[in-house]
Design a protein around this ligand. Structure first.
Ligand SMILES: NC(=O)CCC(=O)C(=O)O
Length: 301
C-alpha cells in the first residue's frame, strides 16, 4: 500500500515520571498525563501522543516476567478490545478514544502465551481506540561497560522478528524501541518503506544517554532524511534504573525541534512536511545511492 500524503501534524512526547511498583498506579498516571497533553488550550492539540519504554512497570529483567501481560494480537486481524486479556491495552485503547488522538503506547512487557516468550512490546491505537499496530523490540539491550552499567534484557526477554510501521491520515510512522535505534539498517529500511517519521519509545541511562542518545536520534534523522523522535521516562534516582530523559524530536536535517530536560514533562513538536521535502530536494541523497558499488540491503524485505 502506498504511504499517505505527508501533512503537518503535532506530536506530544510524555516523559512520564512516577513509574513505580504498582502497575495500576502507573496506568492511572499515564492516563492522566495523556489527557493533560490533550488539554492544551492556546496551541495546536496533539494528533499523536507517545509514551516511553516500559511505562507500566519498573525497568529491569527481573520485573518483566512479573508485569508481563498477554495481548494476543495478530497483525492484520481484527482485535476486539473488550476481549483483550491486557489491562494496559484496555486502558490505552480507552484513553486514545477519549483523547481522540493517535497513541503510541510506549512499551510494556508482553507474554505471548503461544510460545511463552516475553517481549518488550509497543502497541499503537487510532483515535477510535482500535489497536492498529505493535512492535516487539528487535534488538535486546545486552551491554556490559565495566564499572558503569551491565544490563541483559535477554535474561528474560526474547527479541521480536518483524519491522513495523503504520499509516495515519497525515504520515507513515515507523516504530523502534530504544536499543533498536543503534541499528541503522532498521531505520533505513523503514525510511525506504516510505516512513516520514520514526518513533522510538526508549530509556537510555546515565552512561550511554550523555554519549549517544541525541547523537543517534540525529544520525538516524540525517541518514534517512526523516523526522526521528525518542520518548524516555523521567529520571528517577530512587528507581533501580536511572533513565536519561531528554525526550526529543529531530527534523530531517538533524536539527532538534524540541527536547525535554530530565524530569516529568510533556513536550510538543509541529511536524512540517516542507522541511522533509526541502531536505530531500536540497541534499538529494535519496536519489543518489550507488547500488552498483554497494548492495541495496533494503531489497527483499
Ligand atoms: N532500554 C534500552 O534499550 C536502553 C538502550 C541504551 O541505553 C543504549 O545505550 O543503547
Amino acid at each position: 500500500m502506498s504511504a499517505p500524503t505527508f501533512k503537518s501534524f503535532t506530536l506530544a512526547l510524555i516523559q512520564l515520571g512516577h513509574i513505580g511498583p504498582e502497575k495500576a498506579a502507573n496506568l492511572r498516571h499515564a492516563r492522566q498525563m495523556i489527557l493533560k497533553a490533550m488539554a492544551r488550550e492556546k496551541e495546536r492539540k496533539p494528533n499523536v501522543i507517545v509514551l516511553p519504554e516500559c511505562f507500566n512497570s519498573p525497568y529491569g529483567h527481573v520485573h518483566f516476567p512479573v508485569y508481563a501481560e498477554n495481548i494476543n494480537y495478530t497483525p492484520g486481524e481484527p482485535y476486539d478490545i473488550s476481549k483483550s486479556p491486557s489491562e494496559s491495552v484496555k486502558m490505552l485503547s480507552s484513553v486514545a478514544k477519549e483523547a481522540g488522538a493517535w497513541l503510541i503506547g510506549g512499551s510494556i512487557p508482553e507474554r505471548d502465551e503461544t510460545d511463552n516468550n516475553i517481549y518488550n512490546t509497543c502497541t499503537v491505537y487510532n483515535p477510535k481506540g482500535d489497536l492498529v499496530a505493535t512492535h516487539r523490540k528487535v534488538h535486546l539491550f545486552d551491554i556490559d561497560i565495566p564499572g558503569k552499567i551491565t544490563f541483559k534484557e535477554s535474561e528474560t526477554l526474547t527479541g521480536g522478528n518483524t519491522m513495523n510501521y503504520f499509516d495515519t491520515e497525515f504520515a507513515r510512522i515507523g516504530l523502534g524501541i530504544c536499543y533498536d535505534i543503534r541499528f541503522p539498517e532498521l531505520a533505513m529500511v523503514l525510511a525506504r518503506k516510505d516512513c516520514h517519521v520514526l518513533i522510538y519509545p526508549g530509556a537510555f541511562n546515565m552512561t550511554t544517554g550523555p554519549l549517544h542518545w541525541e547523537l543517534l536520534a540525529r544520525a538516524r534523522a540525517v541518514d534517512n532524511q526523516v523526522y526521528v523522535s525518542t520518548c524516555s521516562p523521567a529520571r528517577d534516582l530512587n528507581a533501580g534504573y536511572h533513565a536519561w530523559g531528554h525526550s526529543m524530536v529531530t527534523d530531517p536535517l538533524g536539527k532538534i525541534v524540541t527536547e525535554a530536560a530530565e524530569g516529568e514533562e510533556i513536550v510538543f513538536a509541529d511536524i512540517d512536511p516542507k522541511i522533509f521535502q526541502d531536505a530531500r530536494a536540497g541534499i538529494p541523497v535519496t536519489t543518489q545511492r550507488r547500488f552498483d558499488v554497494y548492495p541495496d540491503v533494503s531489497k527483499g524485505v
